[in-house]
Design a protein around this ligand. Structure first.
Ligand code: SF4
Length: 348
């Protein structure tokens, strides 16, 4: 039984079917595992006189979806690689935020969206992750690596809305208060703008999660050049979908704009971007492009970056500078992936 796949209520049901025991046993088990990462059930009061069941559970419960095979750091940013049970690798990144941390999780091995500035996109899609494999990254960060994770952002390898069933189940498991208890307001799903997925995520039960959109361009011409998805979902269609996305109180849509020298960095681009964003409640993250080896494009100079930032401010865009963290260990935006070479690409 893979506990990382289930919410508390689903676990209680499965436990009753399998062991014939009710929530007086299964609830303490779920809490204990999810909150401590441990499986020493003999210690739990609920198992008094049930040492046989405690032993059986310790054998039956699956708590891991892979093996941690590599860990690298750049300052406080930590990237690690998990080798999944079918030998594919995924990457996860912990970014320090004062005392608590943000964890960037992968949702697929590779990605089929083909964004031209992205290293993961060059891999193609090998497969989508299960909910347990997504939750497993948070579980490992907290209980194996010892990080105090508060924020979870779906900005690692893959397009989360291309794997929405498993992403939604992972969100339900992560936010279960009897388990990992991540607050919905601290979860952000990042997308290239798959509108069918955005519309579905908008209707997820309970409070909405934050939505981040990888926009990167002020016009359809430029966006299509950078992101093939824009051919089938142009910016006007994306905007209509975003206007229907529910926002938590005092919240906003997050937009990512990777600034690339000579591509999307002119003043007319800043003006067009401001016009596009104006009808929406948006916080824009302005990110200097972080090229992977062999990439044809260059990052903006520090002056060009500051200039573009100032142009957006002058257009009344809520824009935040976002310095790339983790660039030296290929943990920055668009740099994850690169392993799994030679493995064939399959669709989910
Ligand atoms: S930026 Fe995101 S959606 Fe685009 S190819 Fe990379 S991982 Fe996929």
């Amino acid at each position: 039984m893979n506990i990382l796949d289930t919410t508390h209520d689903q676990f209680v049901d499965a436990f009753r079917r399998r062991y014939g025991k009710g929530s007086h046993i299964s609830t303490p088990v779920y809490r204990h595992v999810m909150k401590t990462g441990k499986t020493a059930f003999h210690e739990l009061a609920a198992f008094a006189g049930l040492s046989g069941l405690a032993g059986q559970l310790e054998t039956d419960l699956v708590l891991s979806t892979g093996r941690l095979v590599k860990r690298v750091s750049d300052g406080n940013v930590v990237k690690w690689v998990t080798r999944l049970t079918d030998d594919l690798d995924i990457e996860s990144v912990v970014i320090p935020m004062f005392r608590r941390h943000t964890l960037c999780v992968s949702s697929q091995v590779g990605c089929r969206m083909g964004c031209r500035f992205c290293r993961t996109g060059k891999m193609g899609l090998l497969r989508s992750l299960t909910a347990a494999e997504i939750v497993g990254q948070v579980f490992a960060a907290r209980h194996q690596l010892g990080f105090d994770i508060r924020n979870v952002v779906f900005m690692g390898m893959g397009e989360p809305l291309d794997n929405l069933d498993h992403v939604i189940q992972a969100i339900r498991v992560l936010t279960d208060q009897r388990g990992l208890d991540v607050a919905r307001r601290y979860i952000t799903v990042s997308t290239v703008g798959l509108t069918a997925g955005i519309d579905r995520l908008a209707r997820i039960d309970g409070a909405p999660v934050n939505l981040a959109v990888s926009l990167n361009a002020p016009t359809d011409d430029i966006r299509t050049r950078l992101m093939p998805v824009n051919r089938s979902i142009p910016m006007a269609v994306l905007q209509a979908s975003l206007l229907g996305y529910p926002l938590a109180r005092k919240s906003a849509l997050f937009m990512e704009y990777v600034l690339i020298q000579g591509i999307n960095d002119r003043q007319e681009h800043a003006r067009a971007l401001a016009r596009y964003l104006a009808p929406m409640t948006v916080k824009l993250n302005l990110i200097p492009f972080n090229p992977a080896p062999g990439c044809e494009w260059q990052p903006p100079s520090a002056d060009a970056y500051e200039r573009f930032h100032a142009w957006l401010m002058a257009e009344n865009v809520f824009v935040r500078r976002r310095a790339e963290k983790g660039g030296r260990i290929m943990a920055a935006c668009g740099q994850l992936g690169g392993k799994n070479k030679g493995k064939s690409s399959t669709n989910p």
